[in-house]
Write a protein that binds this ligand. Structure first.
Ligand code: 7RM
Length: 647
């Protein structure tokens, strides 16, 4: 019996367009292979050479110290991340280049040049010092998508305070638990944020949380809305007042390469969120390098990653990766459908965005809203598209390619995790031909494999467990305060090898296809099916916008397959459509994947970063919660959003 059975038949291949190849950093598969092979045969030599692209205050003495499962990269080296993202550009023509272009949801814009950003970061770093924050202390960041969020992150890095960003949509309780775990001394927040035309009251949540976080001594508040809010004397300070009085002279502290840069909490399978710890040198190197090569980033680009800074993607590819490369990064505060479903396309046209990186969940929403919205705008500035966060179903990939990319832009489907810090399996757009739904090949230095339950590599085309066999520079170093949980969660199942928790298969070209989380695998009559492939089959039906499949206990088959389906705008759910969809899956995959039940819902429960929460759907499907057949899941999605243990 195979560990996970693959049933997908996708066969389309898209070579990099010649025009793209010609101008790319890496222009051919041969060129990529030469670099990749070197990175595997001589990882220390490869990474040592790449690390020279960073500014070090003291050189390292050893590239890698690997005492499984604990790694140290660039041992003995000292550097500062904010110096690498800011100061080094000031000595070049980039001094007056836009570093951050920001747009608020109501439509106002701000641009910060590298010189201006550097000044803001230095001043805020001095503010933190005056509040008693020292190297090694933790600072909480609970902010909207405004430039001050990036300033706060970089200011922490400048003085060696470890930041922990908590997504601005999380509740006061979630903030409290995370800040208590991290023992934060200061929380940086805002009076509020705009989201879908409504106000998100961040400071009110902070006020509710802080009395139960004894470590927090000060709260710094950015005036984003200007509403009258209570300020607690002695504890709360306005950002603008502190910054106004602060000096702009703040030398970057020379930090150990392994100095903890940030803690980011991610949901675990059990209640308590895990504080994923990333350190400085290796993390910066891999995020900077992947930003450059995966996005084929050039000085002329305007780069837009739509992720919130509360998610790892916002850390690595809104802030640190782009700034380390001296790029222009766009930050947008609000929702994609405010005031209308074309806001993203309006932003791309207005700011002439050339590289656009978003999540499959967003792409499926765009498809549902209809292509009339992107069609209204001039998207000709785009030259490269990317996705991250979930497997992208081939139909959504094709839509993205045709409608947003005008069949002209390569798509980089980048597989990675909070834990990996940076991209791990991804196309290099001028070099690697893409296939809709595949993340293609491992990035430099990444040794990935698909194995069975005994850790043995499975044959080509078979499903199995995705593992990473060698340490990589931006890997997590531990779970904050809980090294045993770190070792147990990631390194125990296959001793000495990193277990990703994802199922995958490799095709004859060595391409990786992610099949979903292994916890979500459905066992139908002895066939272990990954969720991604069945969902892809459903979404390839023209009436379907989104689908999630789960198993429910079944006496005969072990598990029965239940599909939750959202139809496209203008479509009506009915029994006839149900039958049609079941037949469609049989035609696409085969009878083993025929859904036993199809439930229509107006929305699917999602995590904060847009991943479908199949755990919740499993409970619903197995009757742990009763739900009428046509009842919308909207309530459940609201419930899910309120659940604090979810990312
Ligand atoms: C960056 C991020 C990680 C999990 C991961 C996968 C899924 C992410 C892809 C993907 C298929 C992709 N960090 N995932 N990217 N699956 N193709 N390109 O998402 O920690 O929040 O999630 O997300 O299951 O393990 S994360």
């Amino acid at each position: 019996m195979t560990d996970i059975e693959s049933v997908q038949k996708e066969g389309r291949v898209f070579e990099p367009p010649q025009g793209f190849r010609d101008q790319a950093h890496i222009k051919s598969l041969a060129e990529f292979r030469a670099l990749y092979d070197r990175s595997i045969q001589d990882p220390e030599g490869f990474w040592a050479e790449q690390a020279k692209t960073l500014v070090w205050q003291k050189p390292w003495s050893q590239v890698l110290e690997w005492k499984p499962p604990f790694a140290k990269w660039f041992v003995g080296g000292k550097l500062n991340l904010s110096e690498n993202c800011l100061d080094r550009h000031l000595a070049t023509w980039r001094r007056n280049k836009a570093a951050i272009v920001w747009e608020g949801e109501p439509g106002e814009t701000r641009t910060l040049t590298y010189l201006q950003l550097h000044r803001e970061v230095c001043r805020f770093a001095n503010v933190l010092k005056e509040l008693g924050v020292a190297t090694g202390d933790r600072v909480g960041i609970y902010m909207p998508m405004i430039p001050e969020a990036a300033v706060a992150m970089l200011a922490c890095a400048r003085i060696g305070a470890t930041h922990s960003v908590v997504f601005g949509g999380f509740s006061a309780e979630a903030l409290r638990d995370r800040m208590n775990d991290a023992q934060a001394k200061v929380i940086v927040t805002a009076d509020g944020a705009w989201r879908r035309g409504a106000v998100v009251k961040l400071k009110a949540a902070v006020d509710a949380a802080v009395p139960a976080i004894p470590s927090v001594k000060s709260v710094v508040v950015v005036k984003r809305l200007g509403d009258d809010i209570p300020m607690s004397a002695g504890r709360d300070h306005w950002w603008h007042e502190l910054v106004e009085a602060a000096s702009a002279d703040c030398p970057p502290v020379a930090l150990d390469s392994e100095h903890p840069l940030f803690i980011l909490y991610t949901s675990g399978t059990t209640g308590k969120p895990k504080g994923v710890v990333h350190t400085t040198g290796g993390y910066l190197l891999q995020t900077a390098l992947s930003t450059k090569y995966v996005f084929d980033l050039k000085d002329e680009d305007t780069f837009w990653c739509t992720a919130d800074i509360g998610w790892v993607t916002g850390h690595s590819y809104v802030v640190f990766g782009p700034l380390a490369n001296g790029a222009t990064t766009l930050m947008y505060e609000g929702a994609p459908n405010w005031p209308e479903p074309d806001r993203f396309w309006k932003l791309i046209a207005k700011h002439r965005v050339s590289i656009f990186y978003t999540a499959p969940t967003a792409i499926r929403a765009f498809i549902r809203w209809g292509e009339q919205w992107p069609r209204k705008h001039d998207l000709s500035s785009l030259r490269l598209l990317g996705t991250v966060g979930e497997p992208i179903n081939p139909e959504a990939w094709m839509w993205y390619h045709a409608v947003i990319g005008a069949s002209r832009c390569p798509i980089v489907d980048t597989w990675w995790q909070t834990e990996t810090g940076g991209m791990m399996i991804t196309p290099i757009p001028g070099a690697i031909a893409t296939k809709p739904g595949s993340g293609t090949l491992p990035f430099f230095g990444v040794v990935a494999a698909v194995v069975d339950k005994d850790g043995k590599e499975v044959p080509v085309g078979d499903g199995g467990y995705l593992v990473i066999q060698k340490p990589w520079p931006s890997m997590l170093r531990t779970i904050y305060g809980d090294p045993e949980r770190y070792a147990e969660t990631y390194w125990k199942r296959f001793p000495g090898i990193y277990f990703t928790g994802d199922g995958a298969r490799r095709d004859k070209d060595g391409y990786f296809w992610i099949m979903g989380r292994v916890d979500d695998v459905i066992n139908v009559a002895g066939h272990r099916l990954g969720t991604a492939e069945v969902e892809s089959a459903l979404v390839s039906h023209p009436r379907v916008a989104e689908a999630a499949v789960v198993g429910r206990p079944d006496e005969l088959k072990g598990q029965a397959l239940v599909a939750f389906v959202t139809v496209k705008q203008g479509q009506q759910p009915s029994d006839a459509v149900r039958a049609e969809l079941k037949e469609h899956v049989v035609k696409e995959i085969g009878a083993i994947a025929r859904p036993d039940e199809i439930r229509f819902s107006e929305a699917l429960p999602k995590t904060r970063s847009g991943k479908i929460m199949r755990r919740l759907l499993r409970d619903i499907a197995s009757g742990k919660e009763t739900l009428g057949d046509t009842t919308t899941l909207e309530d459940y999605s609201v419930l899910a959003k309120l659940r604090e243990d979810e990312e």
